[in-house]
Design a protein around this ligand. Structure first.
Ligand code: 5GP
Length: 205
């Protein structure tokens, strides 16, 4: 039985290379959930195997800037030379339909969402250590050495923002991290402030 009508907005963030994408995919593989992924827009060129409309909407810089101009993003950020943003209309529509919308975004964008969506849940995914992060960025093998170093430096500054989040989840093992996130989502659903209004209505108080 569901006591919340409006869906939950879940913001999954953390330093680049921590494995947000992999953990998010594992989360979606878990049974019995109502999660939908908000596909972001980016000006970064697609990596091998990435599909337009599934991994990202790949757009030109002009298209991106026009959308900023038209207030079409819930949040956006420039990250290591490219733009990334969450299209606004779709997220709002899905929340109204009672869906659980997952954003997987970097920290600057997550903090923008924090300002405007007070009831969203903010999860910061961290690596089990800095070395693990460097290894993951390197192993990905899709980026040049300069970009890996740039992303690593960026990660250093991103760590310092962990205290702004509701939850910290260590990505020691992908499935464990996904399980922990699912547990958080379930617990958030049962929170009194999200449920009391409808519960009282239901029992006629
Ligand atoms: P990548 O180029 O590795 O796919 O993504 C680079 C960073 O941008 C990652 O930290 C990723 O989570 C973040 N990102 C992806 N989509 C968005 C978005 O819509 N908004 C923001 N602010 N960051 C995003």
């Amino acid at each position: 039985m569901k006591l919340n009508e409006r869906g939950l907005l879940i913001v999954l963030s953390g330093p680049s290379g921590v494995g947000k994408g992999t953990v998010r995919k594992a989360l979606f593989q878990l049974p019995n959930h109502d999660l939908v992924y908000s596909v972001s827009m980016t000006t970064r060129p697609p990596r091998a195997g990435e599909v337009d409309g599934v991994d990202y909407y790949f757009v030109s810089k002009k298209e991106f800037l026009d959308r900023i101009e038209n207030d079409g993003f819930l949040e956006w950020a420039e990250f290591v030379g490219n733009y990334y943003g969450t299209p606004k209309d779709k997220v709002e529509e899905q929340l109204m339909e009672g869906k659980e919308v997952v954003l997987e975004i970097e920290v600057e964008g997550a903090l923008q969402v924090r300002e405007i969506m007070k009831d969203a849940v903010f999860i910061f995914l961290v690596p089990p250590g800095k070395k693990a992060l460097y290894d993951r960025l390197n192993v990905r093998g899709t980026e040049s050495e300069t970009i890996v170093l740039e992303r690593m430096q960026k990660a250093e500054s991103e760590f310092s923002l962990a205290h702004k989040y509701d939850y910290i989840v260590v990505n020691d093992e992908v499935n464990n991290a996904a399980d922990r996130i699912m547990a958080i989502i379930r617990a958030e659903h049962a929170k009194t402030e999200r449920t009391i209004h409808n519960y009282m209505k239901m029992i006629g108080e």
